[in-house]
Design a protein around this ligand. Structure first.
Ligand SMILES: *Cc1c(COP(=O)(O)O)cnc(C)c1O
Length: 272
């Protein structure tokens, strides 16, 4: 690809974008794609598109986000605003003001935080930077319930847990969640910088040309890399192998943790 054409102005359509978008759509069920260059840009896009959705619908004051404690969503201003760790946030304050925090796993706190003022709930199916914490099925059910009760959109940050790492195309699929917006990055370019926002039709329909954009997002070289990655993901039994090896490692590590539980306790005491 580098020998032919690396980039065109984004005024022009090129077929590789269409191919990547249609592959991502068939994996996710979300029909539209916005291309960018990184995970944090993908999250930034999700937050902006959620606000734009309500703005277009005549509810411009429906601008709040509900995010989870220990979440990590990136380092640009919007993404940082829904990132939990004070260490990342505090030197750059003030960030977005309309963010409510909920402990992951606390269904009652989620129900209390999500209201008709919530533009979107923001989740990682498995919190990555936050310490590899999977969301429970019960919490996922509470997320669905909050979406239905208030109409709030759901943003799934799949930058780390998506694109095959759980043995499913996306981590939210294991939980039965139905996001309107999905952020992907990291694995997508297999080392080339590329990210994407996957959108439901109703959110895409609320956007107008020129609302958002990216000079290099979805360039030909990045899209070629994404196509090679998506081929690897969907052929040759990779996902099946991830599930098989993942459960082998999970079982073995759980057994080791049990076997050495008392040893760790003694180590802790010895250090104290
Ligand atoms: C890494 C990460 C990001 C940010 O991606 P960058 O490409 O580093 O900007 C966002 N969300 C999650 C869950 C991540 O793990």
């Amino acid at each position: 690809q580098a020998r032919t054409l690396v980039h065109t102005s984004n005024l022009y359509f090129h077929e590789l974008q269409g191919q990547v978008a249609s592959r991502l759509a068939s994996l996710s069920g979300l029909p539209r794609t916005f291309f960018c260059n990184s995970g944090t840009e993908a999250m930034e896009g999700c937050l902006k598109f959620a606000r734009r959705y309500w703005h277009t619908g005549g509810c411009a004051n429906r601008a709040g986000f509900v995010a989870l404690e220990h979440a990590f969503h990136g380092r640009t201003m919007g993404s940082l605003s829904v990132t939990w760790d004070d260490h990342y946030r505090e030197p750059f304050a003030p960030l977005l003001q309309d963010v409510a925090w909920v402990p992951a796993g606390d269904e009652a706190a989620l129900a209390a935080a999500v209201s008709e003022r919530t533009a979107a709930i923001v989740v990682e199916a498995i919190q990555g930077e936050g310490g590899v914490r999977p969301l429970s099925l019960a919490f996922a059910a509470a997320v669905r319930e909050a979406q239905q009760r208030t109409g709030a959109l759901l943003i799934a940050d799949e930058v780390q847990c998506g694109l095959g790492r759980t043995g499913h195309a996306f981590g939210y699929q294991r939980l039965g969640l139905q996001p309107d917006l999905v952020a992907v990055g990291k694995a997508l370019g297999a080392g080339m910088p590329v990210g994407a926002v996957l959108l439901s039709e109703r959110v895409a329909a609320a956007l107008a040309p020129g609302d958002h954009g990216s000079t290099y997002g979805g360039n030909l070289l990045a899209c070629r890399a994404a196509l090679v990655f998506l081929d690897t993901l969907t052929t040759g039994g990779l996902l099946e192998n991830v599930r098989r090896v993942g459960s082998y490692l999970g079982d073995g590590l759980t057994r080791l943790a049990e076997r050495f539980a008392s040893w760790w306790r003694d180590m802790g005491t010895a250090r104290l």
